[in-house]
Design a protein around this ligand. Structure first.
Ligand SMILES: Nc1nc2c(ncn2[C@@H]2O[C@H](COP(=O)(O)OP(=O)(O)O)[C@@H](O)[C@H]2O)c(=O)[nH]1
Ligand SMILES: [Mg+2]
Length: 441
């Protein structure tokens, strides 16, 4: 028999309330054992006392909810206990549950895993749920909620169903070559496959905005020494994360700060000032700075706009670059600076002049890089890889010279989509074959 699993579902530590979840065939027995009462009406909060079965000690007083399967989160019988969120209370109740027959502590992710196994959600839904729990910003929350509610899985499932239909037609051509098939059936099939290929391509060529929104935007602050890079990072972070000093070459390693840019999660990194350094540690810092600059989604290149020297560098001229000419409080140099494609901002970190406009521009650029529109988008490399495999298979299917080869590629394409949602079932195919074609009965 399946184990009945249990775990503390709220964060550990002191809190007003803690929720313990129990799922499995013995969940109802566990609840009866803890309360000494009959099961409460389903899906209704029921105030009760929890007892330790062997000693008859009262453990806590709280709410019990009974969700009989399959209409529960996991699809199994589920019990939720809302108890007081004290360390000793939680330990005692967990201990009492563990002593009841057929129960054990849940593994990480096991409730959601059971939910998937019982067809309550597909893999994209499970991933969406994990993202929702991890979401730190509005943008992440919105995207994760969309995915957790099944919007992305529905897109892939719809494609898979269409592919399955095309495959069923190809199989029919193979299995029953002499039968009366509609004349333009083959044309209709290739037409459908190229339509699918186009839709998939559009979905894949999304500039990776969804993945960026989920993982957070990578923003690198680079520039020559002493321009005010560390000061800018501290200002954006709202705290003294990096050391600011008038000594050039102070920042040597990369310093990272997480921040929320108008709903978009971003990792901001401060780097060593780029110059020809002859000391080994600083030289390594400069190498890391250039690497960060090249790998970042967005660059903020900071110069001392009041006139200190700078040398040209590849790190300053990439696309997706915002140029900051700092120290405007000290005047304006006449020397030209390279202009980033995302705008040039003259400001003073020290005095605050021009900072608002810069932050506004930075947020606008970040939003464009993470703009996902309304349609569900790819949020993980795992999806992208499988979608790429599916697209390749469709392209091969369109070039195939024999129906057998076409069918094989369609099958591979379907399997690739099935990998994303975790659904692949030969029975589905048989159903369609036998529903659409009553050949020979
Ligand atoms: N006058 C003026 N000085 C600034 C401004 N921003 C930073 N500084 C000073 O410039 C020096 C170098 O700053 P820092 O942030 O360490 O530069 P980094 O080397 O680019 O990281 C420090 O003495 C800062 O106080 C500014 O807007 N105006
Ligand atoms: Mg610095």
């Amino acid at each position: 028999m399946t184990d009945t699993i249990f775990a503390l579902s709220t964060a550990a530590g002191r809190a007003g309330i803690a929720v313990i979840r129990i799922s499995g065939p013995n969940a109802g027995t566990v609840l009866r054992g803890l309360t000494g009462e009959a099961l409460p009406p389903p899906r209704q909060a029921h105030l009760t006392t929890l007892w330790k079965a062997d000693t008859g000690d009262a453990l806590d007083r709280g709410l019990a909810l009974w969700f009989p399967g399959p209409g529960s989160f996991t699809g199994e019988d589920v019990v939720e206990l809302h108890i007081h969120g004290g360390v000793a209370v939680v330990t005692a109740v967990l201990g009492a549950i563990g002593e009841l027959p057929g129960t054990r502590m849940a593994e990480p992710g096991e409730f959601t895993r059971r939910s998937f196994m019982n067809d309550k959600m597909d893999l994209t839904g499970a991933e969406g749920l994990a993202d929702l729990i991890n979401a730190e910003t509005e943008g992440q929350r919105r995207q994760a909620l969309h995915q957790a509610s099944g919007a992305l899985g529905a897109v892939y499932e719809a494609w898979r169903t269409r592919l399955m239909r095309a495959l069923a037609h190809a199989e029919a051509v193979i299995d029953f070559p002499d039968e009366e098939l509609p004349e333009d059936a083959f044309d209709a099939m290739t037409h459908e496959i190229s339509a699918l290929e186009r839709e998939l391509s559009q979905h894949i060529d999304d500039n990776r905005n969804g993945e960026r929104l989920r993982a957070g935007l990578d923003i690198a602050i680079v520039g020559p020494p002493n321009a005010g890079k560390s000061s800018l990072l501290n200002m954006l972070a709202g705290r003294d994360a990096a050391i600011v000093s008038e000594t050039a070459g102070t920042t040597r390693d990369v310093i990272e700060v997480r921040m929320d840019l108008g709903g978009i999660a971003a990792t901001l990194s401060d780097t060593a000032g780029i110059r020809a350094a002859d000391e080994a540690v600083e030289a390594e810092g400069v190498r890391r700075a250039r690497q960060r600059a090249l790998e970042a989604d967005l660059r903020i290149v900071v110069f001392d706009g009041s006139g200190e020297l700078w040398e040209a560098d590849d790190a300053y001229t990439a696309s997706q670059t915002i140029t900051v000419l700092n120290k405007s409080d000290r005047g304006t140099a006449s020397a030209p600076f390279p202009a980033g494609d995302q705008g040039v901002y003259r400001l003073s970190v020290k005095q605050g002049d021009g900072v608002d406009a810069f932050v506004e521009g930075l947020t606008a650029s970040a939003k464009i890089l993470c703009d996902v529109g309304d349609a569900p988008v790819i949020t993980r490399a795992r999806h992208r890889e499988a979608l790429g495999d599916c697209r390749d298979a469709l392209r091969r299917a369109l070039d195939a010279t024999l129906p057998e080869l076409m069918a094989e590629d369609l099958r591979l394409g379907m399997r690739a989509l099935g990998r994303i949602t975790g659904r692949f079932d030969v029975e589905d195919l048989l159903d369609i074959v036998f529903r659409d074609f009553c050949i020979g009965k």
